[in-house]
Design a protein around this ligand. Structure first.
Ligand code: FES
Ligand SMILES: [Fe+2]
Length: 391
């Protein structure tokens, strides 16, 4: 049997060198891009660098705005490994804090819900929703103890496309979704009501699903139930967003005509959600918001992904479903079933990829210049984040 020579690409041998070169490039052409070495998805030391460079420094999706839509509500989550609490206080102000009690550090809240104040479960110190310490139960008389100086540590918070984002840095640059954020407006996400939440504990690195979500190259192979023959899937990348959409080749109505004729940067894009597609999970627009939020938007229906890395090769995936109040139960059930089928297919292939990376193997591959510029873009964002913390 003829032994084919195994190419040893430089980046496969030198992860840091490849990422540094990528970070320094300004044009980032997909034709020159290579797939990242498996260690980027499996090495605990590299993962720790990502937690520091991305999840402790960038804006991170932490929850859904539905959970803090009214005063005296709160939600909790993790920005990377850091426990975070988001509240809407009595004065309707959205706030975020480290979910770290100022006594000995227990989380002061779990899950999400309604509360006028939060009582730490450990020794019952009580915090108001504006973060101030209301009662240091049983603390006695520590020297120089000023309760006003022992409020929760506040951190920046904002919202975009129904998700709540926080930043662990005290004074970060403002969250900027960039010009592609114009993709959102026609879907009127604020009119959608919360439907359900699914939680998956999965065995793959967080980036495996980000990359999967950001390309439609796999759609005809993996999602064979979808009507891919009648569509193509344009993709645009700018800043922290990747936007893809279903572009009908033979438009049937005004919505499909807008999807066919326009991009999110054109005024004509306003018509893309004018009609609900007869089929579920069709005529959608899909946003990847680096690093950890994705949202699929359809007329009257949207579903988000929110990723929480729990180790180099494990991730918690939360999926929130939102519908317009006028969408009936039967259609919701169809939307949910169709979406779950797609999600499970994606999760399965992601788990399979992770086995490669966990075995210490790399593809040493190239990216499709037709379909995977989005992945090159995401690798560029990652490399630039890592470069900011390079020692
Ligand atoms: S850790 Fe919160 S009251 Fe002790
Ligand atoms: Fe997919």
């Amino acid at each position: 049997m003829v032994q084919r020579p195994q190419p040893e690409l430089p980046h496969a041998l030198d992860v840091d060198g490849y990422l540094a070169t990528l970070a320094g490039s300004t044009d980032n052409p997909v034709a020159r891009a290579r797939t990242l070495p498996g260690a980027v998805y499996s090495d605990p030391a590299h993962h720790e660098r990502e937690l520091d460079a991305v999840f402790r420094r960038d804006w991170v999706a932490i929850g859904l705005d539905h959970d803090v839509a009214e005063p005296e509500r709160f939600l909790t989550g993790f920005a990377g490994t850091a426990p975070v609490l988001v509240t809407r206080d009595e004065s309707n102000q959205l706030r975020a804090f480290l979910n770290v009690c100022r006594h000995r550090g227990a989380p002061v809240a779990e899950g999400c819900g309604a509360a006028r104040a939060l009582r730490c479960p450990y020794h019952s110190w009580v915090f108001r929703l504006d973060g101030s310490l209301a009662r240091a139960t049983g603390v006695g008389a520590p020297d120089d103890f000023d309760p006003d100086a022992y409020g929760l540590f506040e951190i920046p918070v904002t919202t975009f496309a129904r998700s709540v984002f926080v930043n662990l840095q005290p004074d970060p640059p403002a969250f900027d979704p960039g010009p592609l954020a114009a993709v959102v407006a026609p879907y009127q996400l604020d009119t959608l009501e919360f439907g359900r939440r699914d939680r998956y504990e999965v065995a793959f690195n967080w980036k495996v699903l980000v990359e999967n979500y950001s390309e439609n190259y796999h759609t005809p192979s993996i999602h064979t139930q979808l009507p891919f023959a009648g569509y193509e899937y344009p993709t645009l990348c700018d800043g922290r967003l990747v936007v893809a959409w279903d572009r009908p080749l033979t438009p049937r109505d005004e919505s499909e005509q807008a999807l066919h004729d326009h991009t999110p940067l054109d005024p004509g894009w306003a018509d893309v959600a004018r009609r609900q597609a007869p089929e579920s999970f069709n005529n959608g627009a899909y946003i990847t918001c680096f690093p950890n939020m994705m949202i699929s938007m359809f007329a009257g229906f949207a579903a988000t992904f929110r990723l929480q890395p729990t180790s180099a090769n494990t991730t918690i995936v939360e999926r929130d479903y939102l519908w317009h109040p006028e969408i009936d139960a039967e259609r919701r059930e169809r939307d949910y079933a169709a979406t779950c089928e797609v999600v499970q297919q994606d999760l399965d292939i992601c788990v399979a990829l992770q086995r490669t990376y966990d075995a210490g193997l790399s593809a040493h591959g190239v990216l499709s210049t037709e379909h995977e510029a989005s992945i090159a873009h995401i690798h560029h964002l990652l490399a630039r984040s890592l470069a900011t913390t390079r020692r």
